[in-house]
Design a protein around this ligand. Sequence first.
Ligand SMILES: O=C[C@H](O)COP(=O)(O)O
Length: 396
Amino acid sequence: MTKMLASVTGVEEAEIALSGQVDIIDLKNPSAGALGAAALETIRATVVSVDGRRPVSAVAGDLPMQPEVIRARVEEIAATGVDYVKIGFFPSSENAACAAALEPIARRVKLVAVLFADLGTDFALLPVLAGHGFHGVMVDTARKGGGRLLDHMAVARVDAFVAAAKANGLMVGLAGSLEAPDVPRLLPFAPDFLGFRGALCAAAGRTGAIDADAVVKIRALIPEEASAARSAGVDYRLLAARGYAPGSIDPTLGTDRIFVRDFVLPVEIGAYSFEHGHTQKVRFDVSADVLRVTERPEDMRHVVSYDIIMDGIRAIVARGHVELSETLAEQVAALVLESPRVVRVVVRVEKLELGPGGVGVEIERKRADSKAARKGPSASDARPGRAGDERKGALP
Ligand SMILES: O=C[C@H](O)COP(=O)(O)O
């Protein structure tokens, strides 16, 4: 299950976050920078006021990477009674020493290291953190206003980061000026939580006050059904991608067609030996017929995002060499059909460097039973490979 973390300034904003069903209350002073710490008395008062209704975390502040300075500060924050302390790990040769200095505290309180996408994320730190008893790790952005997480970290790297953190037994979170359209893009990677501040504030931005409506809107984008899916042992990624399918869809609404056109990427592809060991340009054109859920689409809950198609293609391509255009086209079609609202997809894969013009393949795949999609997701629909099996019976 992916949880929602909201950074708040104190008791008042914590109550707004609680009313909006936020999962983790995170104390921070946004006016003091990306990791500005709230005052100790504010943290204490919020812990008392939240009173166990949700876990509470607090950031340690924008600290120099000096083991003794960080240890002393984290000790103070841990003493406030928070469940988690978030500690910024800015690039430094002292990172391992700082993690080691915190090991005694990690036995008493859950420590979460914060890495920064815009400063460079060092995957080698993950086993070090795990070895010193850290509970989790997250990636955020240090320069607020300087771009969103995905501006600094390619989706394939986000995927790898989440996987590496989990492989080290660490809880993993993603944050960094996330906006509503980022949510469906990041959920398929199955992070343990997504963190927000700016997107929860009204027009004033992240240093303004949290807005109750904005909290509710973001909360609605993070499906709570995923908890049941994970405990049932099904493929979480599929259900997460399906989070935008409501329980029932009015069949009279019909379908819309979303598309990605002229999406060109360098791809390691080809069956000839001269095509191995390097990339060539490949153009992807994808269109998908998507069941409509409302006559008045207003927010991300009502759409299947074309970002998911582009992110998925990037992730597939990042896996390495593919022999055939047909294989690539099938993989992309399968990915798009993971969304239960997609009833038909057309994928064209075109190699651009082999001839005077493009060469490639276009395939059309349909969901075998579009009525199943209209009923919404179920655990049995989400078994890995199931979508592909269904499609085999549906080839035109
Ligand atoms: O821990 C999460 C951060 O507070 C996210 O803040 P932001 O959404 O303004 O980047």
